[in-house]
Design a protein around this ligand. Structure first.
Ligand code: ATP
Ligand code: MG
Length: 256
């Protein structure tokens, strides 16, 4: 069986502004030889403090930017060796949910319009699909005609999830998708993600700096620090008996 997602020794460097007149601009290694695999129906958590490279990794998985070294394989296909049309076709299969549902929803458009956006990008008429996904995320079909400001933070995150699943993806990348929400609302959105995963067989790449949240949802965990993988393995093992003091410090910070 082909793996859903595979990262093979992926690295990403950024150039920093020059500090001296003639010297070479310094380079920052945001992601340093990271490898992992994710199967359908499974959740891989990526944890680490701010600046550890989690979002950079997510952007590469989404093919928003390319690695400087290593490969990202989606269903066995190297994302960075696809012709533009082939990549567009592949894109329907991996979608992302961001932290801030305000920033990702156009305030002047109805949410029905926003949810249909990925379908428009593929040139597909939405048909009944908007009603279907609204129901799947626990909203009303009549909500399609409303505007973002009419919804709470948690509801807006449901809308963002509806938009992410509208193309029937196989992989969902959630980057701090519940971090901006109150704890009780966080639990509702996490439950929704788990329900959708059961229903749709989604692979979930779940990025968070919050160990408690990761513990509640992930099968496997990868701990990052300064771009590197410090340790990884099944969530119960990594969270109950971490190898590394850094992982223990993240757990302490989460009050676990
Ligand atoms: N476009 C960029 N140009 C230069 N440096 C960048 C760029 N994007 C990220 N970085 C740097 O790469 C490192 C990793 O950043 P990244 O955003 O991936 O971390 P993160 O783990 O997602 O952090 P957070 O938890 O705060 O979201 C940081 O040092 C960051 O400043
Ligand atoms: Mg980030």
């Amino acid at each position: 069986m082909t793996l859903l997602l595979q990262a093979e020794t992926v690295s990403r460097h950024y150039r920093l502004p020059r500090t001296t007149l003639l010297g070479a601009p310094p380079r920052l290694t945001a992601v340093d030889r990271v490898s992992f695999t994710l199967e359908r129906g499974r959740t891989l958590g990526i944890v680490g403090e701010s600046g550890s490279g989690k979002s950079t990794l997510a952007r590469m998985v989404m093919a928003f930017e390319a690695p400087d070294a290593g490969r990202i394989l989606f269903q066995g296909q190297d994302l960075n060796r696809q012709a533009p049309a082939a990549l567009r076709r592949l894109r329907r299969q991996f979608q992302m949910v961001f932290q801030d549902p305000y920033g990702s929803l156009d305030p002047r458009r109805t949410i029905g319009w926003s949810i249909a956006e990925p379908l428009r990008a593929l040139g597909e008429p939405p048909g009944r699909r908007i009603d279907e996904v609204l129901q799947q995320v626990g909203l009303q079909t009549t909500d399609a005609a409303k505007y973002p400001h009419e919804f709470s933070g948690g509801q807006r995150q449901r809308i963002a999830i509806a938009r992410a699943i509208v193309t029937r993806p196989a992989l969902l990348v959630a980057d701090e998708a519940v971090s901006a929400l109150d704890v009780s609302v966080q639990a509702q959105i996490l439950n929704l993600l788990l329900d959708l995963q059961d229903e749709l067989g989604l692979g979930l790449l779940f990025i968070s700096h919050d160990m408690a949240v990761v513990a509640s949802i992930c099968d496997d965990v990868l701990v990052m620090q300064q771009g590197r993988v410090l340790e990884s393995g099944p969530a119960p093992r990594v969270l109950n008996a971490p190898d590394h003091p850094y992982t223990r410090s993240l757990l302490t910070a989460a009050g676990a």
